[in-house]
Design a protein around this ligand. Structure first.
Ligand SMILES: *Cc1c(COP(=O)(O)O)cnc(C)c1O
Length: 383
């Protein structure tokens, strides 16, 4: 039977050497956390991202939850973040009893509008969580100045932004804590699920070591400093299996190739598509060096946007929208509130469409996607 080929929205990165390192990990037979490959990956990230301390975690969600415990977030504390983000950004802090103060995004970068942060601060504010959407950086100098003035923690949700930069700094290395994701939808993966917490404030390292070891001082035992370990604080199990670290190691070693390939695909979209009557293509400030995580079209109205999604799917091309604004979600209403107005968040949620972009997307398929977008524009021009 004739089977129409479908271009998926995403495919996990596969560079080819994953099997080799996973086999070595199996042969080593030390598969729990903090094994040889975990060590290699953590040191690689510390060196290349210029971060004081890196711990691999089972997911970015876990890294965010760990961040909330490290910073001792308590009931009634207020946490400022954009409403336009993934659920885990907020949920991690709600688990500690905090209240989420959502604010609107900028229409260019789709990141937290830094100009709105200061007026959202109250006596209860403890932290600002920024998300570098699509690997495009937030305005970190302004946000850092606010954090200094009001003594607030900065957590970077860098789930999408590995190897992207703000000025000369890697994203995740700027706030007090940074959280990376190695989920299969991200640029690099540790085999489906995975993450890392980046600790840039040295004073938080010892606390982090206890929290990730179920609240115990087991790390001191491993370092040979004590004979017996015991329970010291709130914690959980936040270690990545070494089997997954082996998978990640294959991709970290070749991360430059992965980055170059993605950038090429991103730039193909950028140079072949121009802002039209229907949509805008990404624009962003000079201080951003993105990592080609996402290529999106911003439609000017919902009708055109819907039309486009149907058109592309009919032609076998899967495109995707997101995020349902958190401040309008049932849990968001319960655990947080919007400060100020929603001028952009809901609009972007309804009018943004992401195009297929993944390491193994071949040029031929990308040409087909671009060709279909041009066809869409020409077909519906006279309306
Ligand atoms: C993917 C993502 C997460 C969650 O990452 P996991 O590793 O799946 O837990 C959190 N925040 C943002 C902004 C993300 O894009």
């Amino acid at each position: 039977m004739y089977k129409k080929t479908v271009i998926p929205f995403n495919q996990p990165t596969l560079i080819g050497t994953e099997k080799k390192y996973v086999s070595i990990a199996i042969k080593n037979n030390t598969l729990s956390g903090d094994g040889e490959f975990s060590h290699l990956c953590s040191r690689w990230l510390e060196k290349n991202l210029r971060v004081k301390k890196v711990f691999l975690t089972p997911s970015c969600t876990d890294a965010l939850e760990m961040a909330a415990i490290i910073l001792n977030i308590q009931k009634e504390d207020e946490i400022i973040m954009p409403s336009y983000t993934f659920v885990s950004t907020a949920n991690a802090f709600v688990l500690r009893g905090a209240k989420i103060i959502f604010i609107d995004i900028r229409p260019d970068t789709l990141n937290i509008d830094e100009k709105l942060i200061e007026s959202a601060i109250t006596k209860k504010t403890k932290a600002i969580v920024v998300i570098h959407y699509g690997g495009i950086s937030c305005a970190m100098d302004t946000i850092k100045n606010i954090s200094k003035k009001y003594k607030l923690w900065i957590i970077e949700d860098s789930a999408q932004s590995i190897l992207a930069k703000y000025k000369n700094f890697y994203l995740g290395s700027i706030g007090h804590l940074g959280c990376l994701s190695f989920h299969s939808t991200k640029n690099l993966t540790s085999g489906g699920e995975g993450g890392a917490i980046l600790i840039n404030d040295e004073s938080l390292i010892e606390r982090a070591k206890i929290i990730r070891e179920k609240g115990t001082n087991r790390s001191l035992l491993i370092e040979g400093k004590i004979d017996k370990y015991t329970w010291h604080s709130l914690g959980s199990s936040y270690l990545m299996s070494d089997l997954q670290a082996a998978y990640l190691w294959a991709q970290l070693k070749l991360s430059e190739n992965i980055h170059i390939k993605r950038m090429k695909l991103w730039n193909n979209y950028f140079h072949s598509l121009k802002t039209s009557n229907f949509f805008d293509i990404p624009i962003f400030p000079k201080y951003c060096q993105h990592n080609a995580h996402t290529f999106y079209l911003k439609f000017k109205n919902y009708k055109d946007c819907n039309f486009f999604i149907k058109y592309m799917r009919k032609n076998g091309i899967n495109v995707a929208q997101h995020y349902a604004p958190l401040h309008l979600s049932p849990a968001g209403i319960k655990f947080g509130k919007l400060f100020g107005n929603d001028i952009h968040t809901n609009f972007i949620s309804k009018n943004l469409v992401r195009l297929p972009l993944f390491f193994n997307l071949d040029q031929k398929n990308q040409k087909y996607i671009i060709c279909n977008i041009h066809k869409f524009i020409n077909t519906y021009k006279q309306k």
